[in-house]
Every structure is written in structure tokens, then in C-alpha cells.
Design a protein around this ligand. Structure first.
Ligand SMILES: Nc1ncnc2c1ncn2[C@@H]1O[C@H](COP(=O)(O)OP(=O)(O)OP(=O)(O)O)[C@@H](O)[C@H]1O
Length: 220
């Protein structure tokens, strides 16, 4: 069984093909990490898989730019992870006055990502790493079958990144992530996919991909 399949599909923008005739499948229980140089097409593939999956599954997304609302508090940004669970009236009234149960639920995920003291601060006043952790907390709050993350721990230190990826593993059965840190990729991935020059250079179980294969991805 697979959650999402691309079969010889050409992904790109307008008339520009970034990944011509690419094939990729994601199965339940897999933690797939995309590796490759900047511009190799990791976000392009991730977004294509997200678009297909989101039609039929609950997906928690951590986009590269975080997609937060800077003027709103951390609490309200995290609440947005479940906007589509409720009707407009619930969401609007909750925006004005957050229900106690929602606040305490969000406080729990904020504690996990180390943002307890930031719950009422506006997002624009946070550091880059704090903003990234708000985006992760929103995904934790949303939950779902699959986590899709585009460089989701790029702005935090390595120890924090490892802890956050461990949380991701505990919370989501299946994950598709783009990461630039190979050590972190090896920590979480069951499968590694290397993108280079408009195609997939390797797609294999993580423990079968050698360091030389990974180094070849980044060679000039
Ligand atoms: N919205 C867009 N419109 C046109 N071209 C785009 C757009 N987004 C990305 N591209 C191009 O597609 C190619 C792949 O970009 P993509 O963002 O998928 O790479 P990436 O591997 O995720 O890079 P990075 O590690 O820098 O995030 C690049 O050449 C990029 O310039």
C-alpha cells in the first residue's frame, strides 16, 4: 500500500521542468529524507507529494518559510494547525477569546518544543529558531497521518534539532522531510532519496546508502 505515488511525472514551474519524469512513492511507516544541493528540487518534490496526499489524508506541513502570521501570538499561530477541524464561528470566536481547553492543549505542545514562556508573544518578536519551533508546534498540534517538513530544523542548533526530530518520529507514523544535515538525516530516515541534476540519484533504505554516495550528491 502507498500513500502517494508519482509515476514518471514532470514537476516544474510554468514551462520549466525541474524534475522531468520523476517517479516516487511514499508508504505508511516510512520516514523519507530528501537530500541534495540547494536548487536540486527537494521543495518541488515535497510540495508535489503534499498536494497529492492532502486530498485524502490529514497531513501536517512545516513549510520552508514557516507560513506564520507575524502579528498574531504564538498561541493563535499554533491553533491554526486545526482550523479545518472547526467551522468559521468557532475559529473566529476562538481567535478573539481562546477557549481554555485549546490554550492548555497548545501549552503542552509549546512545552515540548521549549516555547512555554513565548505563548502570548507576537511571532514577529521571536528569533528565527523560535519561529521555526512555532511552525513545528503547529504541526504537532495538527497531528495526522503524515508529517511533511521542508528543512524543518534548519534554524535551531544541532542538539535541539535532534530532539525535535525525535519528537517528530514519536508523533507521526510517516514522514517526508528535506534536510541538509546528513547526520540528522541518518538519525531519522528509514529511506534516503538523493536528488541531483533534475533527477533521483539514489532512493534506498537509509542503512544501505554509503557516505560516498551522499558526497557525490554535493560534488561540483
Ligand atoms: N515558484 C517557483 N517558480 C519558478 N521556479 C522555481 C520556483 N520554486 C523553485 N523554483 C526553481 O526550481 C528549482 C528547484 O527548486 P527547489 O526549491 O525545489 O530546490 P531545493 O532543493 O528545495 O532548494 P533549497 O535547498 O535551496 O531549498 C530551482 O532551480 C528553483 O529556482
Amino acid at each position: 500500500m502507498t500513500l502517494a505515488v508519482l509515476q514518471r511525472e514532470t514537476l516544474g514551474y510554468g514551462r520549466t521542468a525541474v524534475l522531468p519524469e520523476v517517479s516516487f512513492a511514499l508508504a505508511p511507516g516510512e520516514r523519507v529524507v530528501l537530500l541534495g544541493r540547494s536548487g536540486a528540487g527537494k521543495s518541488t518534490l515535497l510540495n508535489a507529494v503534499h498536494d497529492r496526499l492532502a486530498v485524502s489524508h490529514r497531513v501536517a506541513l512545516v513549510p520552508q518559510d514557516h507560513a506564520l502570521v507575524p502579528q498574531l501570538s504564538v498561541l493563535r499561530n499554533v491553533l491554526m494547525g486545526r482550523l479545518d477541524d472547526h467551522g468559521a464561528f468557532y475559529n473566529l470566536s476562538n481567535l478573539l477569546r481562546v477557549r481554555a481547553a485549546d490554550r492548555s492543549g497548545v501549552a503542552e505542545v509549546l512545552a515540548e518544543v521549549g516555547l512555554t514562556d513565548e505563548i502570548d508573544r507576537p511571532v514577529h518578536a521571536l528569533s528565527g529558531g523560535q519561529k521555526q519551533r512555532v511552525a513545528l508546534a503547529r504541526a504537532w498540534w495538527r497531528g495526522g497521518a503524515v508529517l511533511i517538513g521542508d528543512e524543518p530544523v534548519s534554524a535551531v542548533d544541532e542538539t535541539q534539532a535532534a530532539a525535535l526530530l525525535d519528537q517528530a518520529r514519536a508523533r507521526f507514523e510517516t514522514a517526508l522531510l528535506a534536510l541538509h544535515d546528513v547526520g540528522l538525516a541518518r538519525r531519522i530516515a528509514t529511506r534516503l532519496v538523493g536528488l541531483r541534476r533534475g533527477g533521483i540519484l539514489f532512493d534506498a533504505p537509509a542503512d544501505t546508502v554509503g557516505d560516498a554516495e551522499i558526497a557525490a550528491l554535493y560534488a561540483r
